[in-house]
Ligand binder design. Structure first.
Ligand code: IMP
Length: 193
């Protein structure tokens, strides 16, 4: 027997809690805004690489969802790899140190590499990863960052493809966390102080 309407609604709500209305969060970008922007970035990348294969290198864990969506908007032969570096852990401030936790599995030599980052903040992580990956002599090296906190930059470095510029606020959702929480929020929210 089918569950009554109110029970089905309750089940749906339990499956997908709407954390964006949690009191500690403020909505910044909706899933629709994100999806439109990611599609635009995908079209740009498709045009820039004009039929050539690309390898998307995602920076774990924050960029995993962005990479998954971006990859499906790129109409090219695209493969994936992942890299992991020290993150903010459960703090909101960068330690200023970057440490490699997991390297890519494949050779980058003579490949079209697109490094996929969730947020460009001080730029320390990207500067470290760019230096390391460019030394492996890729054919082309580009960076896609979903968010850019441009006012926080400490390194003279930019992404080639940027989703949105944002102010200096701590954000969560769409893969991004605070102490490992909120990654599964479909929207991007500011975590209030
Ligand atoms: P950067 O080295 O300072 O540029 O920091 C980049 C990394 O810090 C990002 O890839 C994120 O993992 C993390 N990060 C920076 N700002 C935020 C934020 O607002 N929310 C969640 N993670 C952040």
């Amino acid at each position: 027997m089918a569950a009554p309407c109110s029970a089905r609604r309750a089940l749906r709500q339990r499956r997908k809690p709407d954390l964006s209305i949690a009191p500690e969060l403020r909505l910044l970008f909706t899933r629709q805004q994100i999806s439109r922007r990611v599609a635009e970035l995908g079209r740009q990348i498709t045009a820039d690489f004009a039929g050539e294969p690309v390898i998307l290198v995602g920076v774990l864990k924050g960029a995993a969802i962005f990479l998954g969506d971006l990859a499906r908007e790129i109409e090219l032969d695209a493969t994936f790899d992942f890299i992991s570096v020290t993150s903010y852990a459960d703090r909101r401030k960068s330690s200023g140190e970057v440490k490699l936790l997991k390297d890519v599995d494949q050779s980058m030599e003579d490949r079209n590499v697109i490094l996929v980052e969730d947020i460009l903040d001080t730029g320390l992580t990207l500067a470290y990863l760019k230096k390391m990956l460019v030394a492996r002599r890729p054919r082309r090296f580009k960076v896609a960052a979903l968010l850019d906190k441009i006012s926080c930059r400490q390194q003279p470095i930019q992404a080639d493809y940027t989703g949105f510029e944002i102010p200096n606020e701590f954000v969560v959702g769409y893969g991004m966390d605070y102490a490992e929480r909120y990654r599964n929020l479909p929207d991007i929210c500011v975590l209030k102080q």
